[in-house]
Design a binder for this molecule. Structure first.
Ligand code: C5P
Length: 238
């Protein structure tokens, strides 16, 4: 899949709408896209998503659907009706659920990209063993990513440390969306396994999800511009 437009997705994790909309007014839809997750969606709902789309931005609706196929398919349709650019489901919901999600999105003139969540990057080997998955996290990630691809997903969310093995296994066309990105010298916050924007792109990331290094920066625009330049340089050298 040929990637067009901005590679940076700014994670909007604000507890109030005002700072989000103030930042949005300074951002350029030609330079970044916006991720709305469970916190803001639960507080502010579809109206917030409509408002962001109304300003010309592509929205990644990060609600990680995981339910019976019929329910997930209906939720995907609701997201597509809102006009989101990308949405996601848990790959561990299984093939039937993912196929139902994909089928629900057919027929939209601008079909949202459908992305899978494999193993949450916050889970350690011990955590996933306790939840009943055997083997190394990366083996589970690869198995679920392959199942997602076979079920018609456009790509997966993954750690930037997992992109190279997934790319090698699943090929060039599969989208890899990576949080856990930190510009050199910035705080890692609660992210444990991180890469710089340039290294993430060189390692095969399609899109970088970046929140606090931009939203909590003293000068968010300067921070975004520096990250954008690093991404452009990595793409030009790749
Ligand atoms: O502020 P920060 O750059 O850490 O934000 C990363 C965003 O990506 C947050 O919205 C977080 O919920 C999301 N995310 C993540 N790790 C995952 C999946 C999603 O950090 N494995």
């Amino acid at each position: 899949m040929k990637i067009q437009g901005p590679r940076i997705i700014v994670a909007f994790d604000f507890a109030a709408q005002e700072p989000a909309m103030e930042l949005l007014a300074r951002l350029d839809p030609g330079q970044c896209r916006i991720k709305v997750g469970k916190e803001m969606f639960t507080r502010f709902g579809p109206d917030l998503v409509r408002a962001i789309i109304g300003k010309g931005f592509d929205v990644f609706l990060d609600l990680k659907y995981h339910d019976i196929p019929n329910t997930v398919a209906a939720a995907c349709k609701a997201a597509a009706d809102l006009g989101v650019w990308m949405l996601n489901v848990h790959a561990s919901g299984g093939r039937k659920m993912m196929v139902a999600a994909r089928e629900a999105l057919e027929g939209y003139a601008q079909r949202p990209l459908l992305i899978g969540v494999t193993i949450l990057t916050s889970l350690s080997r011990a955590d996933i063993a306790e939840a009943g998955f055997s083997g190394e996290p990366v083996d589970n990630v690869l198995r679920l990513a392959a199942l997602g691809q076979a079920s018609g997903l456009d790509g997966v969310v993954c750690s930037p440390l997992e992109t190279e093995v997934i790319r090698r296994t699943l090929g060039e066309g599969f989208l890899l969306v990576t949080p856990g990105v930190r510009p050199g010298g910035s705080a890692s916050d609660d992210q444990q396994r991180i890469k710089t924007p340039g290294d993430a792109i060189r390692g095969g990331s399609s899109y970088l999800v970046i929140g606090r290094p931009i939203t909590a920066a003293p000068d968010p625009m300067a921070s975004l511009e520096a990250i954008r330049r690093e991404v452009e340089e990595a793409l030009a050298s790749g």
